[in-house]
Design a protein around this ligand. Sequence first.
Ligand SMILES: *Cc1c(COP(=O)(O)O)cnc(C)c1O
Length: 369
Amino acid sequence: MKIWLSSPHMGGGELKYIHEAFDQNWIAPLGPNVDNFERDLAQYTGVGHAAALSSGTAAIHLALILLGVERGDEVLCQSFTFSATANPIVYQGATPVFIDSESHTWNMDPDLLQEAIEDRLKAGRKPKACIVVHLYGMPAQIMRIREICDAYNIPLIEDAAEALGSSINGQRLGSFGQFGILSFNGNKIITTSGGGALLSEDGDAIAKARFYSTQSRDPAPHYQHSEIGYNYRMSNIAAGIGRGQMEVLDEWVALRRKNFEFYSSEIQLDWQREPEGYFSNRWLSCALFNTYENREVVRLALAARDIESRPLWKPMHLQPVFASSLHYVNGVSEDLFNRGLCFPSGSNLAADDLFRVQDIVLRTLQAGA
Ligand SMILES: *Cc1c(COP(=O)(O)O)cnc(C)c1O
């Protein structure tokens, strides 16, 4: 039986909400599940308002639109991330400016951020926004990053796509920036089969996001449009899955954290650390090997036994598509990419699955990897 990196894990309540949608014929990108899922998300994250959308990527795109990012603008963006963080900058005709990571949380380096802002200001180019990411569920140094952005009056977008359920001193991620974004893709901590959300204290901005996400229809009996619209709303069926998943979210977080505790106590590697006061949902259990070669030997040994593992994200400043982008780097994310591995981390893994992974990794390491 194949062991996946992170596969969907239903809790049971999802089908009830889907049946309700069928019974009431709310098979559309609106309906009671959408409204209730938004309410659940706002309540859980402690953010005033949430808009349920078709993807996390759509949520980032709408956040940039709401912040007025346009052709020719520059947007600061964490380099160590999935491409979906950066792509919407390009959708807007703007240019990403990539910032490397620090080695404590693996997320955006606040010192480098400050340096980049100063440098861009000297060039007469004030960044229009900043996107920070909480990778693998680990909180970034968001307090310092927010202080720096505030000092320069640069709006902050928090990409919490991987970090629903994570917090700092009890405050949930997604609630620190002007906008927070979540993803409910199939491999995330909870899923709606595909979906995302935009979070904000600004109720008008979230109302506007709902307007943009449903083709920007002006109030009129006919179809009338004063602005460009998008088809980015979440369906009432997907939101039904989301409502069921919210009921088990904390349980799934606990299970993912248990996976991490098992791996990190049984396998001697440099595991991603959780600073004091930080709480990671441990979406993926990640560790660094001594060398790229050791990492590859283990990854291939796992693959040969039908176990999916994956190198850490390849930084955006090293991606062919962003080769010409401005970047402020210190070598941290490149090193993480070279030596890091994500272990199978699903909340639905059995104890036997974890033992199988442990056995192969330990035997491969002992054999000289
Ligand atoms: C998954 C992910 C996204 C995009 O979410 P989708 O719902 O797949 O569009 C954005 N940023 C990060 C860091 C992600 O992991």
